[in-house]
Each structure stands twice: as C-alpha cells, then as structure tokens.
Design a protein around this ligand. Structure first.
Ligand code: ADP
Ligand code: MG
Length: 470
C-alpha cells in the first residue's frame, strides 16, 4: 500500500523519434477507422451501496484546499459540466456519483495530478473519461488527451464509454475519439486529428515514433490499471510514452490495486510543479474487496475431479453470465473443448487468439449469446459485463515462478458485483499447492475467515443456493 505522495511530473524534452522509425514502418497500409460499438441504455437507476465510514480515503494533505472537497451530483457548479455532457450522463443513468467520482472529479477539475484507487466496479472510468472530455478543445486538430490501458478489450470498452458519455458533447463540438487497436494502419505522412486517443502502449508508442500521433498538444495523460501498466510487459512502453509528453501535463493514474512500481514511478515524476500538484485517493488493503461479492472455495481431489466438478456446477446454474479464469492458453482451449462437448454454451478468449476472434468472443458473451466465458488473465482487469453473477477461478493466480498473485485474484473477483450489483466468486482448489496460494492471498488481504469453504459433500441443491445471487 502506498504511503508516499509523489511529486510533480518530470520536465522531459521530446525525444528524437527517427531512431525508432525504421523498425516500425514495415507493412503499414491505410485502413478505415475502427467502429465503436455502443451499449444499450440500462433501464434502471443503479445505486452503489457504499458504506458511510468507508474505506475510500482522501489521501491529499489535510492542509490542501481540495482535501475532502466532493460533489454530490454531476451538475454540481464546482464542475460546471456542459449541458450536453450532463445529458449524456443522465442517459446512461448516472444520477449519483460514486465515492471515487465524488472525491476525484474536483481534483481533476483543479488540474491536479492524481493517483486514484477504488474498488472494482465503482466507476473509475467515468472519472478519467470526464477529465479527458473536459480538457479537449475541438478547434485544435491534434490529440490532447491520451489514455493507455493493458488490453484491446479494455481500450475498446473505454472508447465506448467515452462515446456514450460524450454522445451529445462530441456531436455539438465536433470533437473525435480514436481507439487505437493493433490492426490500425496509417499512410506515410498521415497525422491523427482526433482530440481524444485511447489504446494499448505498444501500438501507441509505434504511432508516436512514426509521428502519426503528435504528442505536442497533449494536456492529460491517463493510465488505467496503472499498476499493471508499469510492470513487465507494458512498463517500458508506458515510460517511453510518458517521457515524450509535453512539460505542462496532467497525469492521472487509476486502479483498484497499487504495486510498488506504481508509486515508485509516480515518485520519479518530480519536477517544477512540486508535490502540491499531486493528489491521492487510497483504500486500505483489508477493505479492497467488494463485499457484495460472496467468496467461496471448493477443494477437489486432483485435476480430473476439478474438471468434473466444474461441469456439474455449470449444469446446475441457469441464470446470469459466468466467467471461468484459467492460467494458460492451453487450458482455455482444452476446457472449452470439454465444456462444449458437454453441451454448454461457451466462448473463450486468450492473448494469442486472432483479434477478430477475441472481439467476437467478448461480443457474444456481452450479448449473452454465450453464457460462459473461459479466459486467461487477458480479461482479468477492467472488463465490465454487468450481467456476470459468477466468477470461477479454475486455477489459482500465480506469477512467474509460482508466487501467489493477489492483484490478479482481486481483479478476477471484481468482474462480478459491478456498481452495486451482487455476485459470487468461487475458487476451485485442485491440490495442496493451490490451497496454499489461496491461503497466502487471504493472509495478504487479512481476510482469513471470509472466503468460506464449501464442503465437498454439499448436495446440488445447496450448492446452487450458495452460487446463486440473492
Ligand atoms: P471500475 O473501473 O471502477 O472498475 P467502471 O468504470 O468499469 O468501474 O464502472 C462500472 C460500471 O458502473 C459500469 O457499467 C459503469 O457504466 C457504471 N457506472 C459508473 N459510474 C456510475 C454512476 N455514477 N451511476 C451509475 N452507474 C455508473
Ligand atoms: Mg476500470
């Protein structure tokens, strides 16, 4: 858990990009912009059940004028949101801001840099999307807000939310939003005119290197799933991108979890702005689980039994959508084959699948054309499918080398219980080693007795009652 408040962003000159050009120009051809899908408007108003004495802490200094400044509604004069934006929010049934929205939006509006942590499913996306919509100026035909995140699925989702929220504002202003996906191609010499850009770090860095994405006018830089964006895989690109941002910049970090690297990196962004430009919202580790999600574990005697138990369980449940997390691509494929052969309606997704197949899998699951989604950790973070009522961790999450992975555990559980909904998370334990991983994770979060054991002798009716959201 972070304690240090990071200082202001570094003053960095724009690095020369010619050196990167040669490596990335190959195979570039023009294709049309990716179309962004829009979800249907929900019918009921959603309220989050956040506790009054809650865990979301305004970590900004007590002497800071912005400490404890909150908004009670989206049309609070402190924000002065344009009518067109309020209209978009109300159409999405966003009537009352969640705590993270209430605390962080005034800070974002005051141009602060922000490290913001809050529970899964509490509406972090809206905080930074509003921050991006507010800053961009339609008259400037260059990117002014850049958001990077770990997966294509999440980039698409954030772009969709930006389109929904900004439905009227974008139309009125003529501003455009671009979701940069792997297959995106630009002709030589082309530049992006879009004011808001969302994408994954590898591709974004390529386009910056090619000078397709001009960073000179960027005013806000967002890292969603910030801790993940600063660790292996994404860290190098994220840091490279941050380095070529202009001197005057607002940096926003959002995640439900912090890792040491996040705070270290934030601390390294020191410069003329000083510590006072940074604000922080945190949650204590022991409060970070959403208690609307009931958590259970079921011990199985080896792999075969685990596979059988999963098949039985899935046959019992007929309501809601289910995500099953496994650790490897091979497991995704073998489990998909097995469950499909047993007559289940299954989609599957992993990082080595072709882009179109990934898109189809998630769309089918979103549209409830398939009821079960088998996924690797490519889907563990950020994805918001409100109809998910059960998450099964078929394999316990471990890092390279077998060390337990508490962040992935939390994010997987967080795919259910979105914004005030209830959910269930079930851990299927194959052997003693997996049990130890589960126990280590429980210890880490100081939740020993809160993940309940389901006795292996539990009859199907009782099992169904436990796994059904009430
Ligand atoms: P997080 O990033 O914190 O996990 P998301 O931003 O994905 O959460 O939001 C979770 C869900 O809550 C989304 O379906 C989103 O549309 C919805 N949501 C966010 N803020 C509000 C609000 N103020 N009122 C109603 N629904 C909201
Ligand atoms: Mg999120």
């Amino acid at each position: 858990m972070p304690t240090a408040l990071p200082a202001a962003p570094a003053v960095t000159a724009i690095a020369p990009v010619e050196a990167q050009l040669a490596a990335v120009t190959e195979g570039m051809a023009a294709v049309e912009a990716t179309e962004v899908e829009v979800d249907e408007v929900p019918e009921v108003e959603r309220r989050l059940n956040e506790k009054e004495d809650d865990e979301v802490i305004d970590g900004t200094s007590q002497t800071d004028a912005l400490h404890s400044v909150t908004i009670a509604k989206f049309d609070d004069p402190k924000l002065g949101l344009p009518e067109s934006l309020i209209k978009g929010l109300y159409e999405m049934n966003f009537t009352k801001p969640s705590k993270i929205q209430a605390i962080s939006l005034p800070k974002i509006w005051a141009n602060r840099n922000l490290l913001a942590q809050s529970h899964n499913g509490t509406g972090k996306t809206a905080c930074f999307v509003l921050g991006m919509l507010r800053i961009a100026d339609a008259r400037v035909k260059k990117p002014q807000a850049l958001c990077i995140c770990p997966t294509r699925e999440l980039a698409k989702q954030i772009a969709e939310e930006t389109h929904r929220m900004g439905k009227y504002m974008l139309l009125e202003s003529g501003m455009t939003v671009k979701c940069i996906l792997k297959e995106e191609r630009y002709e030589k010499g082309a530049t992006m005119p879009d004011q808001i850009v969302i994408g994954t770090p590898g591709k974004i860095w390529t386009l910056i290197s090619l000078r397709v994405l001009d960073t000179a006018a960027i005013k806000v830089f967002v890292l969603d799933e910030a801790d993940e964006m600063l660790t292996a895989g994404h860290g190098d690109n994220t840091k490279r991108i941050r380095k070529v941002m202009p001197k005057q910049l607002q940096t926003l970090f959002f995640s439900a979890t912090w890792k040491e690297e996040t705070v270290k990196f934030a601390n390294s962004l020191k410069g003329s702005g000083g510590e006072a430009s940074w604000a922080q919202v945190t949650i204590k580790r022991q409060h970070i689980f959403n208690d609307q999600v009931k958590q259970y574990y079921l011990e199985c005697n080896g792999f075969k039994e685990k596979e059988e138990r999963l098949g039985e369980l899935l046959s019992l449940i007929d309501a809601g959508q289910i995500i099953v997390f496994v650790n490897t691509r091979d497991s995704v494929e073998s489990l998909t084959r097995r469950l499909t052969a047993d007559g289940h309606s299954v989609s599957s997704i992993h990082g080595k699948m072709e882009e179109r197949a990934r898109d189809k899998a998630l769309k089918d699951f979103h549209d409830a054309a398939s009821k079960i989604l088998i996924a690797t950790n490519v889907l563990s973070r950020g994805i918001d499918v409100p109809a998910v009522t059960l998450v099964v961790q078929y394999d316990m999450p471990v890092m390279h080398g077998g060390m337990y992975d508490p962040e992935t555990f939390l994010h997987r559980v967080g795919r259910t219980g979105r914004f005030g909904r209830k959910g269930v998370a079930l851990n299927l334990i194959e052997n003693k080693k997996e049990l130890r991983v589960l126990n280590d994770i429980q210890d880490y979060y100081e939740r020993k007795a809160q993940i309940q054991e389901i006795p292996p002798t539990t009859d199907p009716e009782a099992m169904l009652a436990l796994l059904t959201v009430k």
